[in-house]
Design a protein. Structure first.
Length: 198
C-alpha cells in the first residue's frame, strides 16, 4: 500500500487519486501571489463539500459546507457573484485569497486529525513559508491552534490574523440561528480585520 504524501497514512490508490483531484481543483483558483492564506486543518470527507468544488446546484453541499463557503465569501464583502460559486471562487482568487489545509486529506476522527497535524506541522509550515508565501495567514478551526504557536516560533507571528489570539472557530456552521444568537460567524469578523491591514 502506498503512503499518502498529504496525510502520511498507508492507504489505497483511490485515496491518493482523491487527494490529487482536490489539489487540481484548488490549483485552478490559486492566485499567482497570495495575499491572504486561509489555513484550515483538513478538507471535508465528501467531495461535494470541498470549498473549491464549485457547485452549480448548491443543494449537493451539506448545510455546514454551504455555510462554510458563504462565510469565506463574506470575507470579500459584497460581491456581484453572490450565489454563483464559480464566480465567487474566481473573485476569491482575484483578491489574492487562497484556502489550504495543514493536512491535505480528510479525517473523521478528531484525535487522528490532531495527531496528523502534529506529525505534519513541519511540512505544513514549510509549505506556507516557501511555496505559498502569503502576506497574511488566517487560521480557521480549533485544530489549527497548535499551528498558531508554531508560526510564532518561526517568526511569522506578525503574518497571523487571529481571533482573540487563536484561530477563527464557528461551532455552529450550518445553523444560521445559532450563529446569529452566539455571534460565531467568522466571515464578517475576518473581513473587518483584513480591511485594517496594509
Amino acid at each position: 500500500m502506498p503512503v499518502c504524501e498529504g496525510c502520511g497514512t498507508r492507504t489505497d490508490e483511490a485515496h491518493v487519486a482523491q487527494r490529487a483531484e482536490r489539489i487540481e481543483m484548488a490549483q485552478r483558483y490559486r492566485p499567482a501571489q497570495i495575499k491572504v492564506l486561509f489555513l484550515d486543518a483538513a478538507p471535508p470527507g465528501r467531495k461535494e463539500d470541498y470549498f473549491y468544488a464549485a457547485a452549480a446546484n448548491r443543494s449537493v453541499r451539506s448545510p455546514g459546507s454551504r455555510s462554510y463557503f458563504d462565510e469565506l465569501a463574506k470575507i470579500m464583502g459584497p460581491i456581484s457573484a453572490a450565489g454563483n460559486e464559480e464566480g465567487t471562487l474566481a473573485e476569491f482568487r482575484r483578491k489574492g485569497f487562497f484556502l489550504t489545509h495543514a493536512v491535505e486529506c480528510p479525517f473523521e476522527n478528531e484525535g487522528e486529525l490532531h495527531a496528523a497535524i502534529r506529525r505534519l506541522a513541519p511540512t505544513a509550515m514549510k509549505r506556507v513559508q516557501y511555496s505559498l508565501k502569503p502576506s497574511y495567514v488566517v487560521p480557521i478551526g480549533a485544530p489549527t491552534k497548535e499551528l498558531v504557536r508554531l508560526f510564532g516560533l518561526i517568526g511569522w507571528g506578525d503574518h497571523l490574523v487571529l481571533d482573540v489570539a487563536g484561530p477563527f472557530v464557528d461551532p455552529y456552521l450550518g445553523d444560521a440561528a445559532k450563529q446569529k444568537q452566539f455571534g460565531t460567524a467568522f466571515g464578517d469578523r475576518i473581513n473587518n480585520l483584513l480591511a485594517g491591514l496594509p
